[in-house]
Design a protein around this ligand. Sequence first.
Ligand SMILES: *Cc1c(COP(=O)(O)O)cnc(C)c1O
Length: 359
Amino acid sequence: MKVKKQLLTLKAYVPGKSSEEVRKEYGLEKIVKLASNENPYGSSPTVLEAISTAIPSFAIYPDGAAVELRETVARYVGVNEDQLLFSSGLDELIQIISRAILSPETNAIMAEETFSQYKHHAVIENAEIREVPLKDGTHDLDGMASKIDGNTRVIWICNPNNPTGTYVGKKDLEQFLSRVPSHVLVVLDEAYYEYAIADDYPQTIELLKQYENLLVLRTFSKAFGLAAFRIGYGIGSSAFIKQLEIARLPFNTSVLAQTAAIAALQDLEFVSHSVKKNREEIKKFYDFFDQHQITFYPSQTNFIYINIPGKSSEEVFQHLLERGFIVRAFPKGVRITVGREQENKELLEQIEKMILVKQ
Ligand SMILES: *Cc1c(COP(=O)(O)O)cnc(C)c1O
């Protein structure tokens, strides 16, 4: 069998170790998973109630047009229903976008340290990839703009950025958008939108009227705590959404995912509570890291990206793993999801011990 040759340069996604695997491997009792930026407070009780009472007929396909969810989200976001495209998580939407717009003679621009799937799908479509290193941990918009040419189809901006937690502010973004030619799609991946609290974090829905080439991505996986259901959406101009819909599978979101998302939107209190707790806890991380000369980027998300002087990210990862904390190591830093109060306290104790031992 022969696959496309560019697939041979890639690896299938390797999920972090499961809690069960780590428990067995190191003979631990308790495992705390802080590796995937899931909501540590779970999800709203309205979701459990909705899916346990609305048991669908298993033999019937889901609503491919997601009519009820579409109405609910359109109202929630404040856009028209035909400006929305639903997907099995943003992972699928990134694939749909790439499939619809990229081909060998085109190029895609993205940051060098950002969400991995933009590059992954650009490689599969055999498009040219133009990566621009982060500047002070955040997107270098000038650098990205300078890479645009007649073959550029898309610029990916992860805002706030995963894995650094940094963000592009309103003024910089608007200036950038005014420079991007209208044939280039600008995708703003706002997976952590609900967590962003900075005054100048851009409210991009307002910009959609002005920029037809803008597409905003949001998901139910993070602050809403519904990662298991796989549901996210894109918001853009109705004309572009209509074209993207052609590349979407007919029944890509399940009955339960649609039901769960609708129920989650009935309890925004749960989200604001999660965001508030997240800010309280992240402040403790900041204080601890400052005290111990650990460098980090201030975060607009529910994770924090750190560097411990004199230690590789692999060392930090391994030290924490053996003590029951699963985090995520990147070449230049370690990304830690902000957990619950007690979990964070225990994690910081382990980091403190690690630093003290070798001094
Ligand atoms: C988690 C994440 C996604 C994927 O989210 P799903 O909706 O669960 O597929 C996309 N982009 C970023 C930046 C993320 O962190």
